[in-house]
Structure formats: C-alpha cells, structure tokens
Design a protein around this ligand. Structure first.
Ligand SMILES: [Zn+2]
Length: 169
C-alpha cells in the first residue's frame, strides 16, 4: 500500500473514462484498493478533510472508489464497478470540492438521493441507498470514473470560488 501522487486539474488523464474491473480479487485490484486507502488517509492527514477518492485520480483507469465517511455512514471500504441504478427527483445544490483541485470550490446540483449497485472487495453484489452527503459524494466519485469533474458540472460561469473565501463568508 502506497501513498500515490494525486493528479491535479488540467491533467488530461482525469478526463479519460475508466474500465470496468473484471477480477475483483486479483492482486492488481487489491493493490489499487490499498493504494487508494493509503492515499485517502494521507490526504486527510495533510489537509484535514477528504471522504473519498477515485482510481483515475491516482492515474489508474479502473472503476474503483474508496470511501470513508467522517460520520460513519459508509466505509472505510471500496466500491468496485459502482452504478447509479436509481436517482431521486429531488435535487440539492452545494459547493463541491475535490482532491484534484483542493483550493477551488464549485457550485453544482446533485440528486438528494440515489441507489448505487457495486461489488465489495470480496466480489459480492451490494446496493445502497445514499442520501445527502453520501449521495452527492458518490455522484462526484462515479463522475470521476466517467472522466467528468465537478468543474464540468458547474451550474454557471460564476459557480467557482476559492475555498478560503467561501469558508470565511
Ligand atoms: Zn474529486
């Protein structure tokens, strides 16, 4: 398990879609999961925030997310090949952030509730209903797997702010 470099906004690798994982229990998959876990906790130690990371953010184009919610609502655990199987009609607006642009906040609109089907690290099929924070987080991370960044989801041209400006206002 290694703390990997996190790719930053502007790196074209972040806009490439990731491939489905076919062997959930292979050495390669286990290594990716281990590296994501280490990189997430490393980022959290340095920056004091961070709930999840997607494999393309460490330059690995596989459909794997690692999530560790502060409130204990999910993880620490990976989601392999996650798919949104239901999106609630109610929308929420929020200032989103990302390890790939740690000082930038982006105003986005997300579904308040979604159901996500995925495989856990043993390869078992799971489905969770995510609401609020977990819902917007999983939409953000699954977007990463499709090569979509929060900046691509900005509501309009003024939906950008420097973190310290938002936090102090
Ligand atoms: Zn992100």
């Amino acid at each position: 398990m290694a703390v990997r470099e996190i790719l930053l906004l502007g790196n074209p690798e972040l806009w490439k879609p990731s491939k489905r994982v076919t062997e959930t229990r292979s050495v390669e998959t286990r290594e990716i999961i281990g590296d994501l876990a280490s990189t997430l906790s490393g980022f959290r130690d340095r920056n004091g925030f961070g709930r999840a990371i997607a494999a393309p953010q460490i330059g690995v184009h596989r459909r794997i997310i690692f999530c560790n919610m502060h409130d204990g609502s999910f993880g620490p655990a990976p989601l392999i090949n996650p798919v949104i199987v239901r999106s609630g009609v109610e929308m929420m607006e929020l200032w989103d952030d990302c390890f790939s642009f740690p000082d930038l906040m982006v105003r986005v609109r997300r579904h308040a509730e979604i159901d996500v089907a995925y495989l856990d690290e043993s390869g078992a099929e799971k489905t969770i209903t995510a609401r609020g924070d977990l819902s917007e987080l999983l939409q953000h991370e699954i977007d990463h797997l499709d090569g979509i960044l929060a900046t691509d989801r900005a509501i309009d041209g003024r939906s950008f702010a420097i973190r310290s400006v938002i936090k102090s206002s």
